[in-house]
Design a protein around this ligand. Structure first.
Ligand SMILES: [Zn+2]
Length: 453
């Protein structure tokens, strides 16, 4: 009996191992089949006329952005829509690795666990279609407002996470791919989605972060004054301001974007505090929204001399910011300190955007920033830019040297929850910060007209 008992024990162990193996195999295919099927060795999916890629890509209003007709992939009929959404939708050659057409190739191919890649009634009724959150009219308008300049425009609903506008330039027409993409300098960096994968000198938009650091560390932050004489000598170096602002408080300094005020504030805060706040707000890290990962914004002042700390506090020195990250900071300020994770697809089961919401600052600090950013628009930039929207914003003009025009920014949101949109606009060689206000104004007004609740 004892021998039998041992034998059946061994049999049970073997049976257990066998069943575990089966379960593992089954689950692996179920969970990973979609990504295995799109591996490069399944070359037939990658052929340019791949009939396997049957799924349509639609915008939020069911406008067709890409579809396969008679075995050929075609794109929206409007050139501006096609060009504005190249980096979001993708092209037929797979040049844009962060596009939906690259990331969701498995889903678009109609792959499912039961039938694999074979066509089924499910694919015929649109099982392989993907509906995006973007509005193609707003993307087209943002692209046209960029007027041929390079940059990034991104806007989302800060309550739901839906990205309404996402445009990166330079771009090209995926329907008629230029033959000189690799050689013409006008297309330099064209395969990179600037909203997701690039960083730019933030200029004065970084004063949002320096302000948050002051609120966290100086109980007298809102009454503390510094004097601006138009320039500030630090040792043998000099930080310059656009104007001579005199003795001012933070509200006025933030509104006029006074460099002398913020450089002195940054130096008084010190490198450790500023570094800590910047990292709490997401600098020096990537944000991953499922398969999409943002380029990390960077901030490093721990070994910086005072003059460089001063420059860093006003968004110069080695500071770099990713446009989507800046939009998330705006979204967090709008949403009591916590941003809602952005997403680009509508359906939840194949969602590009599963990273959770994150708290970047306390709700009290968010409220203080909201008041300061609202004051900027109300009393300086002008509410006529955003009629009826109650926009809170900060502009930036980042010097980049090498004889180039500054990079210009505008980051903001509508504090009215019936128009819950947050945005970041960044234009390379865009000139003064307020010139980007025109782009921000265009997309915010369109979103408000179409989606005000
Ligand atoms: Zn000044």
């Amino acid at each position: 009996m004892r021998i039998n008992g041992k034998r059946s024990g061994v049999l049970y162990i073997l049976l257990f191992a066998f069943i575990s193996g089966l379960v593992y195999l089954f689950l692996s295919i179920l969970l990973n089949g979609g990504s295995w099927v799109i591996q490069p060795y399944n070359g037939h999916i990658y052929a340019e006329d791949a009939t396997a890629t049957t799924g349509k890509i639609l915008d939020r209003n069911n406008n067709i952005l890409a579809e396969t007709v008679d075995g050929t992939r075609t794109y929206n009929s409007d050139l501006n829509v096609r060009s504005s959404l190249l980096h979001t939708v993708g092209d037929s050659s797979g040049y844009i690795s962060t596009s939906v057409q690259s990331l969701l190739r498995g889903r678009l191919s109609g792959y499912n666990f039961i039938t694999g890649l074979n066509k089924t009634p499910l694919t015929d009724i649109g099982f392989g279609d993907v509906t995006l959150t973007v509005d193609s009219d707003i993307c087209s308008a943002a692209y046209q407002a960029l007027s041929g300049k390079n940059g990034a425009v991104i806007m989302y609903n800060y309550l739901t996470g839906e990205i309404l506008c996402k445009v990166s330039t330079p771009t090209y027409d995926p329907e008629n791919v230029p033959s000189d993409l690799e050689t013409n300098s006008a297309y330099e960096g064209v395969f990179v989605d600037n909203t997701i994968s690039s960083t730019f000198t933030p200029g004065s938009t970084f004063k949002i972060i320096t302000t948050i650091c002051a609120i966290e560390n100086f109980p007298d932050w809102d009454t503390r004054t510094y004097t601006c004489d138009g320039s500030l000598d630090i040792g043998a170096d000099k930080i310059t301001c656009l104007s001579t602002h005199g003795q001012i408080d933070i509200k006025t300094a933030f509104m006029y974007s006074c460099n002398c005020y913020y450089a002195q504030l940054a130096i008084d805060l010190g490198s450790e505090r500023l570094q800590k706040t910047a990292e709490e707000l997401g600098f020096n890290k990537n944000f991953a929204f499922n398969d999409l990962e943002t380029a990390a914004s960077t901030f490093n002042v721990l070994n910086a001399e005072d003059v460089n700390l001063g420059w860093a506090g006003i968004g110069q020195y080695t500071d770099l910011a990713n446009p989507t990250h800046m939009m998330l900071i705006a979204g967090a300020i709008a949403n009591s300190g916590t941003f809602v994770a952005p997403r680009i697809t509508q359906t939840s089961i194949f969602n590009l955007g599963t990273d959770s919401s994150q708290k970047l600052m306390s709700s009290n600090i968010a409220q203080d920033l909201k008041t300061l950013m609202r004051n900027n628009v109300e009393n300086y930039y002008g509410d006529d830019l955003f009629p009826g929207l109650q926009v809170c914003a900060k502009t930036g003009t980042a010097e980049v040297g090498n004889g180039k025009e500054p990079t210009s920014w505008m980051v903001g949101f509508s504090e009215d929850k019936s128009t819950p949109f947050a945005f970041a606009v960044c234009v390379v060689e865009g000139g003064s910060g307020l010139s980007t206000a025109n782009i921000a104004s265009t997309i915010m007004k369109m979103a408000s007209d179409k989606y005000k609740t």
